[in-house]
Every structure is written in C-alpha cells, then in structure tokens.
Design a protein around this ligand. Structure first.
Ligand code: SF4
Ligand code: SF4
Ligand code: SF4
Length: 255
C-alpha cells in the first residue's frame, strides 16, 4: 500500500469510527487497525432506509449509481432491483424491490464470519473490513438476503479505459480496481459510509437515494421520532424482508 493510501485510510477510519469501542472484540489476535485508536463518541443515529415500492418504476438508476460510486466489479451489484411474480394465474403481477444491504440490527453475516471481519457500528452500519476478510464466503451463505458479493478481482477494461484507473471511495480506502485489494474478498453496501463527515452526519445522500428521481429511496435516522422515515412508517403500510430470519433489518418497504 502506498504511503498516500495509508494516510488516506487512517484519516478516513478516524472519521468513520464513531463510537467503535468494543467493536473489535474477537479480532484481538491481530494488531488493532487505525480505527480502534479513535476516541469513541456516543451513539447519535440509527441509519436506515424506507423504500416506497409504489414510487419505484424499475428504472435501475439506483443500481447503476451505486456501481458508479463504489466501482464494484463486473457482474456484481450492491443493490440489484429484484423481481418476482406474485399471485396466482390469471391474477398475477410483477413485483420488484431494490435490495441494498439491510444493515441488520442482528446481522447473520457478522455472526457467521470466522475471521471476525464484519463489524456493526453504533450508528447501525454493518461493514466488512477488507483487511480482516479472508474470503471464507460464510457471510454470503449466511445472509438471508444474499447481499455480500465475492470480488474475484475482475475489472472493467483493464488498461483500456479510465474506469479501471478510478479509485473507489468505499470505506475511505481509495482502492483502485486494478490494485486488487479486494480480490478474493467479500464486499457489500456500506450505506455509502464514505459520505459521512467527521461528526457522523451525512453531508450528501448515499448514491442510490440521491439518484432515484422518483424519490422512492428515503435515507435517514430511524431513531429520530420526528424524522421523515418515522413519519412515513407511521402513516403508510410497510413490511421488511424475511422477518422470520430474525435479523431485524433497518430497511423498510412501503407497500
Ligand atoms: S432508481 Fe428509484 S425508481 Fe429507479 S429502480 Fe431504483 S428505487 Fe426504483
Ligand atoms: S442484509 Fe445480510 S449482509 Fe446486510 S447486515 Fe443483514 S445479514 Fe449482513
Ligand atoms: S447506500 Fe451506497 S453502497 Fe448502499 S446500495 Fe446505496 S449507493 Fe450502494
């Protein structure tokens, strides 16, 4: 890793480590990464999403904007828009729903990872530490929503286009696709954690929410009783995916 990249990583991790005391339990066998050295701060938010299925028009701009933002590998998306057929013939219809990571309160992925590479921050964001991930794929098998993707090291048009030269801001690491830092590791939606400022606030919306022209994706603080998300949940009928899995997702769907 270059000196510049290391400095950038340390700066980001200091910013991103909002109240990380105790989160590194289970990874004590390794030297503590820079994020462990940050001063813990009290929990302020519980970030989540409310996705209005009546507003979603299946344009998939959210999927594309996430790929553009995070520079995900070919064929891998953090937020596909999944489709299914519901009802019985002749009364059938198509239903679709954008599927980012649910940033579960009780994440099955975190419990399954044998390398303790998955962390849950006090603000609810669940992320995979690429320095700890050893590619066991246990999170991919354990996640009821099949959210984590496995990075096989493929890049778009290596050496032939600017795409493979542009670094991803994901987790503030600024890894370039061609550097293969994520090769043979699991990756997933981080709620665009890199867009948080030093106070743990979002200076800008996550790419998918920002891009959705129909404003189907609302992002905010689920713990704010007066916030937009709680207002929507109080006034609209909602559901969460696979409640039976017991993962307590922080992504809600308005139906
Ligand atoms: S960008 Fe918005 S409307 Fe388009 S698929 Fe995504 S959530 Fe639906
Ligand atoms: S949706 Fe899956 S990957 Fe995301 S936090 Fe929940 S169990 Fe983990
Ligand atoms: S929050 Fe960011 S990382 Fe997650 S699906 Fe949206 S754009 Fe992708």
């Amino acid at each position: 890793m270059s000196e510049t990249t290391t400095t950038e990583r340390k700066q980001f991790l200091k910013v991103a480590a909002v109240g990380l005391a105790g989160l590194l339990a289970g990874s004590a066998a390794r030297p503590a990464p820079a994020r462990a050295q940050a001063e813990p701060t009290p929990k302020k938010h519980r970030w989540g999403m409310v996705i209005d299925l009546q507003r979603c028009v299946l344009c998939r701009a959210c999927t594309i904007s996430c790929k553009q933002e995070n520079k995900t590998p070919p064929g891998k998306s953090y937020n596909p828009v999944l489709e299914e057929e519901v009802g019985e013939y002749p009364q059938v219809r198509r239903q679709w729903f954008p599927r980012p990571c649910m940033h579960c309160a009780n994440p099955a992925c975190l419990k399954a990872c044998p390398n303790h590479a998955i962390k849950k921050r006090p603000d609810g964001i669940v992320y995979i530490d690429p320095e700890l991930c050893e590619g066991a794929k246990a999170c991919i098998d354990a996640c009821p929503y099949k959210v984590p993707v496995f990075d096989e090291g493929e890049v778009y048009h290596e050496g032939q286009s600017a795409w493979s030269e542009v670094a991803s801001p994901e987790l503030g690491l600024m890894y370039k696709p061609g550097d293969r830092n994520w090769e043979e590791k699991a990756r997933k939606c981080t709620f665009c954690l890199h867009k948080q400022d030093e106070n743990g606030e979002y200076a800008d919306l996550p790419a998918c929410a920002k891009t959705c022209m129909g404003r189907a994706i609302r992002f905010g603080d689920l713990d704010d009783p007066d916030g937009e998300l709680q207002q929507l949940l109080k006034t609209r009928k909602w559901m969460r995916l696979k409640e039976e899995a017991g993962t307590e997702p922080n992504v809600y769907y308005l139906v």
